[in-house]
Design a protein around this ligand. Structure first.
Ligand SMILES: *Cc1c(COP(=O)(O)O)cnc(C)c1O
Length: 819
């Protein structure tokens, strides 16, 4: 899409706002809400939104990135940047919404608004697939459906569009009214309504009533009566309605749902006759979303035959980018399902966040955007690539090569995906981050397969968005100004290494900490520039520590003396961290050693004490709160005493994850966030508020039928008394699936069923008792996920989540997901 263009003074007029303008005619095309993702700074308007953090704090950052236009509510920033345009409003979010409302009012395209608890994004993407041949569609990017996402979605509308498909999500009462005014949907779709308690509503009815406000002026409302039982039929929105159901009479009454192979065959009664369609999916959620799309096509007056033809071609929607290890030390970002400029911009942003390799490569197919002149489209893409500092472009498709001159980087073009595959052995990919992004029909899945290392079918998936969500959760608990040190020791609690550190660096944590020097060195080599504390700095690694600018924890007089020794050839204030033992009795100075420590520190300008810290041993356990308090009481005077001797104030810190949630008064200057990032906090009831970050999956290799009395595995430990069926899966104790899970103690999820292990766990394999369940070789077995949790695994084997996580061996491939 081509973004709209307004002059800055026109925008001020729309917002009826005060201004301080240096260039009234300046053209605004892009709205920016995050100073880290800026495309074309000259034509961007930055909204200093105040949500998690005060957006005004990022004005400087945006200025550094060449943005000169701002919407602010705090006029204090005007004098700091006299060369900028400022629009001053009461409420920055309200201004963003007002601008979107105005923009929307300039067009009278057909619009579909989608809301519901689940399926909004899939239904939106599928309707796009189903209707793209008939309309020039503008739609919400990804799942932009919030108070901020909806205005940004609507901002994309241009004169060429004749259909808009927008999704709306709300989390509390009184939010939908705003969104309704921005989208103004002519057609409304309600997907599903889930239970109330998960969201900010007191009842399902309240939630439903709020969601339905989106459709208050709609001409047509498409819904399933199963989800609107709390509302009287006469109170349903829409001048006309179209209902679908598989349980009760409806305009589209589904009478049969039959899975066949990977597909699902649906039959229904519609306008007094029997009709049918085939969906190329078999899971429940897809079938439900498919029925919503079926109803929508019929409600839009497509014939049942047309609807069937289109539905059977629906394809899987992946809204996630996958980051994997590639061949020759490359990293591969796999995004081979869609290609349009808005999703390309998002993928390039993610590419740009990767610092681990010196070179950035994009493999891109032709894009198909109806209604846009190719030259404009590819000029926009060339600008995007230049902005994101892409070094190399490999373009695929006969069309793309015609615009080769637009691209100012190393380029290569191929007519087809197969031409690329034929040429692949002669192409060089080495130590680079490669984004693979192509329209579905180019089948770029084949390319990412060539570029990624062979995966041995056991994969640890890490959801980076969930991790960022967890980071924000803890951020919201911190008093203003408190810094965060993120603990990334032991391969970031098993979840990876530089990928996680890189994400945390991007999201502006203040410090990282690792256990050993080599972990820190690996992070430096992967482009991590944050300060890094090393908790067990072995003497033999001092040279390397200094060379890589790592900051050692000083926990004893001996280590301090020998580090000072290592510094003798240098001339600087080297940053170090002093550890106090307040009750853990692991590492650290205790009271009796402080005198000697102070003597060594006094007037010593070789080192600079960055922080003084201690560690709580039971911050999560109420029973030990007295002890925790005594640790805090012991730490503070010692830390103060050291600071007085130093003559300056280092950062003080003592809280780990549960300390943050349970001991707000102990946040001091910094907190050390560990397991909470990965979704666990025993100081919270059932980890409430945290998101599941990791899923461990493996694959069934073989299925066997056993007779009564036969045994399974080594030492004949697994007895099949009455006979039955077993599945062998590709994970064993060498992968970190402990022998303690053997003989029925551990369970895995296969095709929705929880099945127990049988016999002992082998080094590389495990056998599961699948008697009575439909399973075949190649099926997926889930070791843990959101439903079958790591907490459960830890309980089953009498350990803690930390150990389950860090046990997962490096042989198990990590794949990172990012939306
Ligand atoms: C690992 C570690 C932490 C983090 O603890 P969590 O309980 O995972 O938050 C904090 N401080 C030190 C010294 C650690 O070793």
């Amino acid at each position: 899409m081509l973004n709209p263009i307004y002059t800055i003074s026109k925008i001020a007029e729309i917002l009826k706002a005060e201004t301080k303008l240096v260039d009234e005619q300046l053209l605004i095309q892009y709205l920016v809400i995050d100073s880290r993702s800026v495309l074309v700074p000259e034509n961007s308007l930055f909204f200093a939104l105040t949500s998690h953090r005060n957006g005004h704090e990022f004005i400087n950052d945006a200025y550094q990135k060449d943005i000169r236009n701002f919407v602010i509510s705090d006029p204090g920033y005007i004098s700091v940047h006299p060369d900028c345009n400022f629009i001053i409003v009461q409420d920055v979010l309200a201004a963003l919404q007002a601008l979107a409302r105005y923009h929307r009012s300039q067009f009278n395209l057909k619009t579909i608004g989608i809301t519901g608890s689940n399926g909004k994004t899939i239904v939106k993407e599928w309707l796009y697939q189903l209707l793209a041949t008939d309309f020039n569609i503008v739609r919400s990017p990804k799942s932009y459906n919030s108070q901020i996402g909806v205005p940004l979605s609507v901002w994309q509308i241009d004169a060429e569009n004749d259909l808009g498909i927008f999704e709306a999500g709300i989390s509390a009462v009184n939010e939908m009214e705003n969104i309704e005014k921005i989208i103004k949907p002519e057609i409304g779709i309600l997907t599903t309504i889930g239970e109330a308690h998960a969201e900010g509503f007191s009842s399902r009815k309240e939630k439903l009533t709020e969601k339905l406000k989106l459709f208050k002026d709609a001409d047509l409302f498409i819904y399933s009566p199963e989800y609107v039982t709390e509302v009287n039929a006469k109170d349903l929105p829409g001048k006309k309605q179209f209902s679908w159901s598989s349980k009760q009479p409806a305009d589209l009454q589904i009478i049969a749902i039959e899975p066949i192979e990977g597909n699902c065959y649906l039959r229904a009664i519609y306008q007094n006759r029997e009709i049918e369609c085939m969906l190329p999916f078999k899971d429940r959620a897809s079938i439900e979303n498919g029925m919503t799309c079926w109803a929508t096509l019929l409600a839009l007056n497509y014939t049942p035959e047309q609807a069937d033809l289109r539905l059977e071609k629906l394809s899987h929607v992946s809204m996630r980018l996958e980051l994997k290890n590639g061949i020759n030390q490359c990293s591969v970002i796999d995004d081979s399902y869609s290609a349009d400029t808005s999703s390309l911009a998002i993928a390039l942003d993610f590419l740009n966040q990767q610092n681990q390799h010196p070179k950035k490569t994009v493999i891109l197919s032709e894009l198909f955007e109806t209604g846009k002149v190719d030259l404009d489209l590819y000029t926009e893409i060339a600008d995007l690539l230049a902005q994101k500092k892409v070094n190399r472009l490999i373009g695929i498709g006969t069309h793309l090569a015609q615009f080769a001159d637009l691209f100012n980087c190393e380029t290569q073009f191929f007519n087809t995906t197969n031409d690329f595959i034929d040429a692949f052995p002669g192409l060089i990919f080495n130590h680079e981050t490669i984004l693979v992004k192509g329209a579905r029909r180019f089948e770029f899945g084949k390319i990412s397969k060539l570029l990624t290392q062979k995966i041995h079918d056991t994969v640890l998936e890490i959801d980076l968005n969930a991790m960022v969500g967890n980071l924000q959760f803890y951020r919201s608990k911190l008093a203003s100004g408190v810094k965060i040190m993120a603990m990334v020791k032991a391969f970031s609690y098993g979840s990876g290494s530089f990928e996680i550190a890189n994400l945390l660096q991007f999201h502006k944590v203040d410090y990282l900490a690792v256990a050993y020097a080599d972990e820190g060195i690996a992070l430096r080599k992967a482009g991590i520039t944050l300060p890094i504390m090393v908790m067990s700095p072995e003497e033999s690694a001092f040279e390397a520590i200094i060379k890589h600018n790592l900051e050692p924890e000083i926990y004893s007089v001996e280590i301090l003396k020998s580090f000072l020794n290592a510094l003798s050839g240098y001339d600087f204030n080297y940053p170090v961290h002093i550890k106090i033992d307040s009750g853990m009795h692991r590492l650290g100075f205790d009271q009796s050693e402080v005198e000697t420590l102070l003597d060594l520190l006094k007037d010593n300008d070789k080192i600079k004490v960055q922080s003084i810290f201690s560690h709580l041993v039971a911050s999560d356990v109420a029973e030990h709160d007295g002890f925790t308090q005594s640790q805090i009481d012991k730490f503070k005077p010692l830390a103060n005493q050291i600071a007085v001797t130093l003559g300056y104030k280092p950062l003080f810190h003592i809280s780990n994850t549960s300390g943050i949630t349970r001991w707000p008064e102990a946040q001091m200057d910094m907190v050390r966030l560990g397991i909470g990032l990965y979704g666990f906090d025993s100081g919270l009831h059932q980890n409430r508020g945290l998101q599941t970050v990791m899923v461990l999956k493996t694959t069934v290799t073989q299925v066997k039928h056993l007779n009564a009395g036969e045994t399974v595995g080594y030492s004949r430990k697994g007895m099949m008394k009455t006979g039955g069926k077993i599945a062998t899966v590709k994970i064993g104790y060498a992968d970190g699936y402990s022998r303690a899970f053997g003989n029925g103690v551990g369970k895995m999820l296969i095709n929705g069923y929880l099945v127990p292990t049988i016999g002992s766990i082998c080094m590389d394999m495990t056998m599961l008792d699948i008697t009575g369940i439909e399973v075949k070789a190649g099926d997926e077995a889930i070791v843990f996920n959101k439903e079958h949790t790591i907490m459960q695994l830890a309980q089953d084997t009498n350990t803690i989540p930390y150990e389950i996580l860090t046990n997962i061996s490096q042989r198990v491939k990590r794949v990172y997901f990012y939306e």
